[in-house]
Design a binder for this molecule. Sequence first.
Ligand SMILES: CC(C)(COP(=O)(O)OP(=O)(O)OC[C@H]1O[C@@H](n2cnc3c(N)ncnc32)[C@H](O)[C@@H]1OP(=O)(O)O)[C@@H](O)C(=O)NCCC(=O)NCCS
Length: 158
Amino acid sequence: MVEIIRFGHEHIREAAQIEALCFSDPWSEAGLELLTREEAVAFACMADGRLAAYAGMISVLDEGQIINVASHPDFQRRGFARAVLGALVDYADQNGIVTLSLEVRESNAPAISLYRSAGFVVAGQRPRYYRFPTETATVMVRTKKQITAQNQQKTGNN
Ligand SMILES: CC(C)(COP(=O)(O)OP(=O)(O)OC[C@H]1O[C@@H](n2cnc3c(N)ncnc32)[C@H](O)[C@@H]1OP(=O)(O)O)[C@@H](O)C(=O)NCCC(=O)NCCS
């Protein structure tokens, strides 16, 4: 069974394992506690009781910063990252968060493709943003206004 639920304390240990498998500079269990705080929102994709993917953001007023998105290597290419990212985007749309932004390694083609498919566009670059190895970040944003305009173009409404 696959389900999308709010990320909680009970997911932190498995999320830290996924971090270690996916990133050269992984978040620790202590760092991942941030996702359970009041200023954060995060979703977990559970597959047969295992944490398969998660995504989290911090929001201030009408802006959200996406801070983690990852899928366990055993569960990649099954639409689970798209599902947790979609849950975050829906949450943002329903809770007055107008602009979502994120950073991604410029070489991370799979993640950039995922974000594009969720309506994010490239907004700029931050040189030397990442370490291990040092790499430029591509900054991507999604605004509710821009998505509404895209949908109106598709349906022919103005
Ligand atoms: C990027 C990542 C989160 C994608 O997770 P996933 O669960 O495999 O992604 P999904 O199955 O939901 O795929 C959604 C879309 O992402 C893109 N995508 C995912 N994996 C891809 C790959 N290996 N190559 C190219 N595009 C890929 C595609 O656009 C895909 O849509 P499609 O299947 O219709 O082509 C996953 O590869 C991962 O955890 N990577 C390591 C951590 C990471 O880089 N996180 C992002 C940090 S900014």
